[in-house]
Design a protein around this ligand. Structure first.
Ligand code: URA
Length: 281
């Protein structure tokens, strides 16, 4: 669960008419239904939020929220598990645990499910880079173009962590080759960080950290060593970890997490700085 939540549009007047306001009711004065506001903020589905309300996890102005309660954006103070929900900008940062079979694009010509269908439509966000359809795990979706550039452009060198389950016993020699770089069809890979997590004679689990974003790179590197990948999960981007997020679920990044992504994504000419200027959401 994130500590802070961001709403794409802070202006209650842009809300659509399905907020339960009756004919003639003035929406800004009446506010919007709490479930709708929090769902748009990325806290969860309306159903999930109803459960949170029932479980006493949501406070409005310091008091336990009621089902169906109406709130006014920017006026009422909302908290989820004690952390404030923020309403300051249109920037959204969704952290999705992408399931297998879901495509990392905005639309698919073959009608397959896409990652954007798993997060709120408003504000519109796009995936930061891509994971193969058969890869699971951490995928960020945002409308922050600067952060997208920093996380996807190789010159910023942000490490991405993968857990690969492979056929066969990965040896120390294999780990050494991964650490030195592997010759692929499109050239030598940069040195990776590699460690063995578990192994039997038949299969192994390897943690691999890379900072390039070549097509099917992890699969091709391990294939080249004679260890075809049977399952691939991205577990982290820089300091942001998938944690206990369930497959198909998403949460919003906290402001602190956005700050950390900015501070780890520095180009060679830029000074690494924890207080680098970047948008507040
Ligand atoms: N490497 C791969 O092989 N596949 C992915 O989806 C990401 C990295």
């Amino acid at each position: 669960m994130s500590n802070e939540y961001d709403v794409g549009h802070s202006d209650a007047s842009v809300a659509s008419r399905d907020d339960g306001a009756g004919p003639g009711e003035h929406k800004t004065a009446e506010g919007e239904r709490l479930q709708k506001v929090l769902s748009r903020a990325g806290v969860g589905s309306r159903r999930t939020i109803e459960d949170y309300i029932t479980d006493g996890r949501i406070l409005v102005n310091g008091e336990l929220a009621r089902l169906g309660q109406r709130v006014i954006l920017g006026t009422d103070e909302l908290r989820v598990d004690g952390s404030p929900v923020l309403f300051e900008s249109g920037l959204a940062y969704r952290l999705l645990n992408k399931p297998i079979g879901v495509i990392s694009t905005v639309s698919d010509t073959h009608g397959r499910p896409t990652v954007v269908e798993l997060v709120p439509p408003d504000p519109r966000v796009v995936p930061v880079g891509r994971l193969d359809a058969d890869t699971e795990g951490l995928l960020l979706l945002t409308n922050d173009g600067e952060l997208t550039h920093r996380l996807t452009h190789p010159s910023f060198g942000v490490w991405k962590t993968y857990m690969a389950q492979v056929d066969g016993l990965v040896s120390d020699a294999d780990l050494g080759r991964l650490r030195r770089g592997i010759e692929l069809d499109d050239g030598m890979t940069a040195p990776a960080k590699a460690r063995l997590l578990a192994a039997t004679k038949r299969e192994s689990a390897v943690e691999l950290k890379i900072h390039e974003g070549r097509n099917r790179q992890v699969r091709r590197m391990l294939d080249r060593l004679g260890h075809p990948v049977t399952r691939l999960i991205r577990t982290a981007i820089g300091p942001i970890d998938i944690g206990t997020l369930k497959s198909g679920d998403f949460r919003d990044l906290t402001q602190g997490e956005v700050d950390r992504l900015y501070s780890v994504s520095t180009s060679p000419g830029e000074e690494r700085n924890d207080t680098a200027a970047h948008p507040k959401h």
